[in-house]
Unconditional design. Structure first.
Lengths: 365, 238
């Protein structure tokens, strides 16, 4: 089965919903583990990596829930396929750069993915839509406990689970949430929020682009430290902080709705809609930024034929990997045209945005 | 001022140059300057002059080459990774490297993380002999085992004088809770001698926790600050 045959079609993937997903798009928990008997992937020779790959792959395939999974070596995936996997957050950019000797296993629901021979022998993650950080941790914890039966992990009584990089040692956990903060961006509060979150021990970065100039107002908040704390404490901290950021974003959205005439909102959402429904060539960067406002508009009920799924789908299919996996590899200029075509067609379905009736403070969902 | 090299004649040639990131000045008399080739049209190296005459230039504060730590290059016996590899990449070669390079790592880990003692999940099915988690025929439920192992490891670490756990108030609380659970279990098992030991440890912890509670919870302060960021309006969950 090829990757495009395996992957959940973009349209269906786009309709997966989760709690509070108007702000927290997805939650992820990743564990780093290594075999006790082999060198770490960056240092190991190819033969050793292949041996480790087979051993881990066989153990992972035995797990329950792995029937009809996708398993492949990175050497057998095309560049577009790898990019599409990064776009779905199933593998890291680093893993996409790997070749023979590294591989992956993804379950059919696409909420568990296991990277083999990335920076560590095993990097397994659970990813769920919406605000489900704890659930993602519990899921991957289960997978880890089951895998333990077949694989002898490298574990040290003082330093915990041993990893290639000391920044991951101990629990080996990285929990993160992807958050969409367009209102905080419009009300110029992003810098403060990021500063405060950093002080609380979490790392925040733009998912696309660098630092605070995040493309599409999308950020990923994650823990930075992995040793000296229980997984539960780490998860709890992230939950608390994300919950507060959600409140701040929701309040910012409310402020925009209460503005006289909702001018700021209408201006940004309207222009985004205007451009996307009338462009003939457009790059990813601009697309992500404009789609962010469309998404905000949809979330606030500004589009009469409101359909969250359309935005989610557009977000996916206009990205390079997905676009080319569907329509074939093409030159930049051609791709920018095809992207524009897809956008024009779909945003027309939304209809022009308009002012929202607000019932009372905090009443509008 | 006198020439820095011969210390006899008056210095008339004053050289200033940035050498090795520092500003170096040399005051020479005409004769010594000529000897050093200062007026050589092909140029001269102030650094060389400094080196050559360092014994004479008493005021020269040229820093001695920082003595490289006398530790020999460590090599991991399992995989061949060297300490140089480690300092270049910041990463390790294999799990055994954590034993080989423990000294280099201990300090780095202290700064990178909240503590250098792991207190989270431990592998249930393949505990290594050193981990202190002995596989038992009828193991109690995983959670209890972990707490027990953590408490045991922590109490033996206490004896060894490991300070890390006791500086962090959150860890203290966790340790306190796990000791209480352990005490309950031990009493149920009628192991009263061991229970007495744990009871004493719990008393010690209570004292430490009281002392720490005086310090306000920093995190809570920052969380409150985050809450009031939005003009002090009380946020309501959607």
């Amino acid at each position: 089965m090829t990757l495009s045959e395996f992957l959940i079609p973009s349209k269906s993937y786009a309709s997966l919903r989760g709690p509070e997903d108007t702000i927290v798009l997805s939650s992820r928990a990743r564990l780093a583990r290594n075999l006790c008997s082999a060198s770490f992937p960056s240092y190991a020779k190819k033969a050793e990596r292949l041996h480790v790959f087979k051993q881990i792959r066989d153990a992972v395939l035995k797990l329950k829930g792995m029937d009809s999974c996708f398993v492949e070596g990175m050497g057998n995936l095309s560049s577009d396929e790898k990019t599409a996997l990064v776009e779905r957050h199933l593998i890291s950019r680093e893993h996409a750069a790997r070749g023979v000797g590294s591989g992956l296993v993804i379950n059919k629901d696409e909420n568990i993915s296991v990277m083999i021979n990335e920076e560590d022998h095993l990097r397994m993650q659970a990813i769920l839509p919406g605000f489900q950080i704890r659930q993602a941790w519990e899921r991957i914890d289960q997978v880890d406990t089951e895998l333990e039966k077949d694989i002898e992990y490298a574990f040290h009584p003082k330093y915990g689970y041993l990893t290639a990089c000391p920044t991951n040692v101990g629990t080996g956990i990285r929990v993160s949430a992807m958050i969409h903060l367009p209102a905080l961006a419009l009300t110029d509060q992003i810098r403060q929020i990021i500063g405060a979150v950093n002080k609380l021990g979490l790392a925040v970065r733009g998912i696309y682009g660098e630092g605070t100039d995040a493309l599409g107002n999308l950020f990923q908040a994650s823990n930075q430290k992995t040793l000296g704390e229980t997984e539960d404490a780490i998860v709890t901290r992230l939950e608390k902080v994300i919950r507060q950021v959600v409140i701040n974003e929701a309040n910012a959205r409310q402020t925009l709705l209460e503005e006289d005439g909702q001018v700021t909102l209408l201006n940004h959402v309207g222009r985004a809609w205007g451009t996307l429904s009338n462009c003939y060539m457009i790059e990813t960067q601009e697309t992500l930024n404009l789609l962010s406002f469309i998404r905000l508009g949809v979330d606030l009920g500004m589009f009469p034929n409101s359909d969250r799924e359309i935005v989610n789908e557009l977000f996916l299919v206009t990205q390079k990997g997905h676009l080319q996996m569907m329509k074939g590899t093409m030159e930049d200029r051609k791709r920018d045209q095809v992207r524009a075509e897809i956008l024009r067609e779909k945003t027309a379905l939304l209809g022009a945005p308009r002012k929202v009736e607000i019932v009372s403070k905090g009443g509008k969902k | 001022m006198l020439c820095q090299i011969c210390k006899k004649a008056e210095a008339t040639v004053h050289l200033t140059q940035v050498v090795g990131g520092k500003i170096r000045k040399l005051d020479l008399c005409a004769a010594c300057a000529e000897k050093c080739g200062v007026d050589d049209p092909a140029g001269f190296s102030m650094l060389e002059i400094l080196k050559k005459f360092s014994h004479a230039i008493s005021s020269d504060k040229e820093e001695p080459q920082p003595k490289k730590k006398q530790t020999e290059e460590l090599v991991c016996p399992e995989c061949g990774y060297t300490s140089q590899d480690l300092s270049k990449t910041g990463k390790l070669g294999c799990p055994f490297c954590y034993k080989t390079f423990v000294e280099n790592l201990e300090n780095a880990l202290k700064h990178m993380h909240r503590g250098t003692q792991h207190i989270g999940k431990t592998p249930k099915y393949h505990p290594l002999p050193e981990s202190g988690v002995k596989p038992a025929a009828d193991e109690p439920p995983v959670k209890k085992t972990r707490k027990r192992a953590a408490a045991k490891t922590a109490s033996s670490k206490k004896k060894a004088g490991a300070p890390d756990v006791y500086e962090n108030p959150e860890l203290l609380e966790e340790l306190y809770e796990s000791k209480k659970a352990l005490l309950k279990q031990t009493i149920e098992e009628e192991n009263y001698e061991y229970a007495a030991k744990i009871r004493d440890e719990i008393k010690e912890l209570e004292k430490k926790i009281k002392a720490k509670k005086v310090k306000k919870d920093e995190n809570q302060d920052l969380l409150d600050a985050l809450k009031t960021l939005f003009d002090g309006v009380e946020g309501e969950d959607k």
